[in-house]
Design a protein around this ligand. Structure first.
Ligand code: ADP
Ligand code: MN
Ligand code: MN
Ligand code: MN
Length: 337
């Protein structure tokens, strides 16, 4: 038997962007605990905008578990929030995702690292050198001395946690980075994105760095941050076809506002039609078109309209649960022939 440190992580009730919250409980297990072995827990919902003070109990239901290599016998436990009767709390967007083990998502999470209220690489006054050489850049003048240390440490912690990172890169603005996470099953990638965000924000504490997830933290000719959502279903991968694809895109067009509503706040600041985006009030799709709402990879068309699609509209502050939920809902509205 060993005593494990179980870090229960959940999303609070703040809007439009929930905060990550967590607390530790110690429990004994023979070996690293499986999800089924982890008990339900609770917290004071009146401190997280999830319950009134007079009836403050909310429940935590473990839904995904990851080793935490920053602690001896450490465990990260992603949780859903439930009401005392066991039904999903209104803030629980994960519970709204249709169950589909064959739905796959790949999220490209962009973010800024900030110090003293400005991006790494920005001088105390004024601006850093204009964009151009930062993207996938190397060297002190492009990435400074702090960012890569954090990004590399974050990557290692995530891989040690079993999070399915597919890659990382320095982005177009200074201090801006990206990681990509892929998962099979309608909730898996989103669980992993939230866990990876948690690991990043916690890691940055010791460096005195803030993670800025806002989609347009610096005004002017500086890229915003997105979280492109790549998605496919079994039908899209194995059957597809031009007719189905066109029906699907018509449904996405019809639901444009419902999608934008859950693609992250302040997205009008980012979806301007500039900086590799489409305007927030237009829905378009195009092959290899990074100025479209949805980019169709060349391989998709070459394979007979089969494969995955990239919705470029979700932003860096979006909730991947709500995003996956909306995408699958729209897909479900198109009949399969
Ligand atoms: P880019 O920056 O050119 O848009 P990335 O390599 O950063 O491309 O991201 C591509 C994303 O597509 C990755 O997150 C990957 O996991 C995802 N992806 C690849 N194949 C599929 C698939 N069949 N279904 C869903 N997502 C996929
Ligand atoms: Mn990318
Ligand atoms: Mn990117
Ligand atoms: Mn992309």
């Amino acid at each position: 038997m060993a005593k494990y440190k179980l870090e229960y992580i959940w999303l609070d009730g703040y809007t439009p962007v929930p905060n990550l919250r967590s607390k530790t409980q110690i429990k004994e297990f023979d070996s690293f605990p499986k999800l089924e072995e982890l008990p339900m827990w609770g917290f004071d919902g009146s401190s997280t905008r999830q319950a009134p003070g007079g009836s403050s109990d909310c429940m935590l239901k473990p839904v995904a578990v990851f080793p935490d290599s920053t602690r001896s016998n450490g465990v990260l436990v992603m949780c859903e929030v439930l009401l005392p009767d066991g039904s999903p709390h209104p803030s629980n967007t994960r519970a709204t995702i249709l169950d589909d083990p064959d739905a796959w998502f790949g999220f490209e999470q962009e973010y800024f690292l900030f110090h003293d209220g400005r991006p790494l690489g920005f001088p105390e006054k004024g601006y850093a050198a204009p964009q151009g050489e930062y993207y996938c850049g190397v060297g002190y003048k492009n990435v400074g001395d702090m960012a890569r240390t954090i990004v590399e440490e974050h990557l290692d912690l995530c891989l040690e946690a079993g999070i399915n990172h597919e890659g990382i890169n320095a982005e177009v603005a200074t201090g801006q980075w990206e990681f990509q996470i892929f998962g099979k099953g309608s909730k898996s990638a989103a669980d992993q994105v939230w866990a990876a965000r948690y690991i990043l924000v916690r890691l940055c504490e010791k460096y005195g760095i803030d993670v800025e997830f806002h989609c347009k933290p610096i005004k002017g000719d500086w890229n915003g941050s997105g979280m492109h959502a790549n998605f496919s279903t079994k039908h899209l991968r194995e059957v597809g076809g031009k007719e189905y694809f066109e029906q699907l895109m018509a449904k996405f067009a019809e639901n444009m506002e419902e999608h934008i509503a859950v693609y992250g706040p302040d997205n009008h600041m980012r979806l301007t039609g500039l900086h590799e985006t489409q305007s927030i009030d237009k829905f378009t799709y195009g092959v290899a078109d990074r100025g479209s709402s949805i980019r169709i990879p060349h391989a998709f068309v070459n394979n007979g309209y089969k494969g995955y699609l990239e919705d470029r509209r979700p932003n860096s502050q979006g909730d991947p649960y709500a995003i996956a939920s909306r995408i699958l809902k729209t897909i479900s509205e198109v009949p399969l022939s």
